[in-house]
Design a protein around this ligand. Structure first.
Ligand code: ADP
Ligand code: MG
Length: 711
């Protein structure tokens, strides 16, 4: 994680650098625990171990008032009884606490002997914890408990911080509130000079932010909730703002340093195609993105653009027009797809669009025959071939271009960084790169994870699309689902049935697929019906043939694993059945669903599941039925899973915020972004006096920032 605190400039004997064992009340034993359990090594680490809540000491619940509606309670009472009950896994320590109104049970499953040793019958305790009801009686499992001392006159605040702690820490006498005590000792020692301001006055004033030192003190020991909230706001803003400044600087720096091929003009190829062969009007979003690409490529730096567009938003045509722009300027282009099937589809689609244009396009994949391959390689090197579509085969060293100027990578999450780097090396000046992905990433995530890239969004679908109707059906309804497929086939349509072969190598799910296939065959007997099957274990050729039979309409049903997930385009297919859909993630479900609704007919997606569904699975199914909007789905996905797990995002330090959350602090993130951008627009070198401390702060974080390259 990134440290928030700027360990003030250059001095290694800064108080915040002090090893944690030197803090009064810690000592070597507790220090060891803090290191092991919470990675707290220094004073700074402790200061950045933020409380997760504050106890309002003035609020004590009466035991008799506690109902199942309570979540957390705070009780003061006398310990009446304590003993170990049960055996083996059921062994636990049970205690009873009594106040004037009733009895509350406390229970521990871990650290039993330590807890028992330290609690004294007859003593008054302050107890806090999550309430549960056990045979009608209130109970707290693993409560926070300490000897009750009435709030004394010297207590500054009625709010007492409670910190995240592990069970082990709690068992060794360092619970969430005791951590507060050592933190109090620390905060008392820190002075304003130890925590220097790092934000410019202009921003502090404009946003009315609390000063940095005050914020660190008040986040721990606020005098009121309002003060606490202001402190948190300041620290979250700082965290997000610093990250945005850093990402923006990286991008600006890349633009400044990277030489890129220059597309000076829009020429005949682009214009003729645009005016004569473009089969439809571009959407506003397509036009905007094209303009962004056009501007980038006319600047002389290397474009590294991520294009995010929902399934079916029409990214291919943007890629094609960009490649024509490259050709107009005398440069070659390539388009890479993650699978052979997709490469072939792109090739077919593009060739037919370009059939009357004076431009040559070829395809190169693992299965291109030797003779053909030789000719293609030859023509690429000679510059006689302007456009090439392919798979990984394109990055092999034998593939040499005369002057590669533009690279399109479709569905980037299947392409590694190293593979892209190989492409770069195919030209003396690195080609422009357009990475296209149909796995929408929530804007907040994109802003943090991809903030250093040039980034475009196509958030508009071509007109006239019929929204796909999505429903959830339990397994028992299979027969009627199959009946529905039959009725669609009778109308001349086609259907997909997808099995959750998530790991293509998993033997078990492979067997599931085979069983599923047999079952589908029993519902749809030959010769009346014809079925294709595609899965990852088939040889490429067989896969290709089966796929082609479906594409050409020769088969009615495609039984498949998720290999068909991305990009495949069969406009006549109007039904998508996803088996065991509770096993899929949201983005995958959305991708799969995107295989239908590509033609003019009304399309349907049926999510089949077993009867037992987790709460999260239910939510996934609900959102799928409720919307077709990939960005909304991505937001929900982020909410359900958290940023670390979202497919297609890089592990990025920028995501590991200590306080801020890209799920809950969207508006603050937007604000931080705007402020970072406008600050750098005015003063990219941070040369203004007001920005000096920001510069100093970033420099003190050198190594993580790329900032070192700048000054
Ligand atoms: P994706 O963004 O998922 O790759 P495609 O580029 O495959 O989408 O486009 C999906 C379909 O929409 C294609 O059949 C394409 O021809 C069509 N299409 C793209 N742009 C437009 C547009 N502006 N108007 C109408 N149809 C369009
Ligand atoms: Mg596509």
């Amino acid at each position: 994680m990134l440290p928030l605190i700027c360990l003030a400039i250059h001095s290694t004997n800064h108080i915040l650098h002090s090893p944690i064992e030197y803090l009064k009340g810690v000592g070597p034993l507790r220090a060891d625990l803090l290191k092991k359990e919470l990675s707290i090594y220094t004073f700074a680490d402790l200061l950045e171990h933020f409380p997760h809540r504050h106890i309002d000491k003035t609020k004590i619940n009466r035991i008799a008032d506690i109902t199942p509606n309570f979540e957390y309670v705070q009780v003061v009472g006398k310990l009446m009884f304590i003993d170990v009950v049960g055996e083996g896994r059921g062994k636990r320590l049970v205690a009873q606490l009594k106040d004037a109104s009733g009895l509350l049970e406390l229970a521990w499953f871990q650290g039993i002997s330590w807890v028992q040793k330290n609690l004294i019958i007859g003593e008054a305790y302050l107890v806090f914890g999550k309430i549960s009801f056990f045979s009608g009686k209130p109970q707290i499992v693993h409560p926070e408990i300490e000897v009750f001392t009435p709030a004394s006159a010297d207590t500054k605040s009625y709010l007492e911080p409670v910190y995240p702690a592990t069970e082990k820490l709690k068992a060794r006498g360092l619970n969430g509130r005791q951590l507060g005590k050592i933190t109090q000792t620390l905060v008392a020692q820190i002075q304003p000079k130890d925590i220097l301001e790092n934000l410019p006055n202009s921003i502090l004033n404009e946003l009315n932010l609390m000063g940095r030192y005050d914020a660190f003190c008040n986040v721990h020991f606020p005098t009121s909730l309002q003060v606490y909230e202001r402190a948190v706001y300041r620290l979250k803003f700082e965290e997000l703002f610093i990250a945005q400044v850093r990402l923006n600087l990286i991008r600006i720096q890349r633009h400044k340093n990277s030489r890129g091929v220059l597309f000076e003009k829009v020429g005949d190829l682009f214009n003729i195609f645009y005016n004569q062969y473009l089969p439809f009007q571009l959407t506003g979003a397509q036009k905007r993105v094209l303009k962004e690409i056009r501007q980038d490529t006319a600047k002389g730096y290397q474009m590294n653009r991520l294009l995010q567009g929902d399934v079916g938003s029409g990214k291919t045509i943007v890629a094609l027009l960009s490649m024509l722009l490259a050709a107009d300027n005398g440069y070659q282009s390539c388009l890479m797809a993650p699978t052979e099937i997709l490469a072939q589809q792109h090739f077919n689609g593009l060739s037919s669009l370009l059939k009357d244009m004076p431009i040559r396009i070829e395809i190169l994949t693992g299965s291109t025959k030797t003779k053909k391959r030789r000719a293609i390689l030859n023509d690429l090197q000679a510059g006689e071939l302007q456009l090439i579509v392919g798979t990984h085969a394109l990055i092999e060293d034998v593939v040499q271009f005369k002057n590669l100027g533009f690279v399109v990578v479709d569905e980037q999450h299947r392409f590694g960084v190293a593979q892209r780097a190989k492409l770069w090396q195919k030209a003396t000046i690195p080609p422009h790169i357009l990475v296209m992905t149909a796995t929408p990433i929530p804007r907040t995530l994109a802003m943090t994870a991809y903030g250093d890239l040039d980034y475009s969004v196509m958030d508009e679908l071509p007109p006239g699309r019929q929204p796909i109707t999505t429903v959830h059906r339990f397994e028992q309804k299979r027969a009627s689902v199959m009946e529905f497929i039959r009725s669609e086939i009778a109308l001349g349509r086609q259907a997909y049935i997808i099995y959750p072969l998530i790991e293509e190598s998993e033997k078990l799910s492979y067997e599931d697929l085979m069983q599923g296939y047999e079952q589908v065959k029993s519902y749809f007997p030959e010769p009346k019906y014809r079925i294709s099957m595609v899965h990852g274990k088939q040889p490429a050729e067989q896969k290709e043939t089966n796929m082609q039979r479906f594409v050409s309409g020769d088969t009615n049903i495609m039984v498949s694993t998720t290999v068909i997930e991305v990009g495949v385009n069969v406009p006549n297919a109007s039904v998508m059945v996803i088996e065991s859909s509770e096993k899929f993630g949201l983005s995958q479900l959305h991708q799969l669903r995107g295989r239908v609704g590509r033609g003019s007919e009304k399309s349907f997606c049926i999510l089949l599941t077993g009867n037992k569904l987790s709460r999260e699975a239910k939510e996934r199914l609900q959102i799928m039925c409720a919307t077709n909007d990939g960005f909304k789905i991505a937001e929900k996905d982020l909410e359900l899973r958290g940023p670390g797990d979202i497919e297609g995002t890089r592990q990025s330090g920028a995501l590991n915020f200590k306080l801020a959350s890209i799920v809950n602090d969207k508006e603050l993130l937007e604000l931080a972004k705007v402020k970072a951008e406008s600050l750098l627009e005015l003063d990219v070198d941070l040369a203004l006096p007001d920005n000096a401390r920001l510069k100093l702060f970033l420099q003190s974080q050198k190594g993580k920032t790329g900032w070192s390259k700048i000054s």
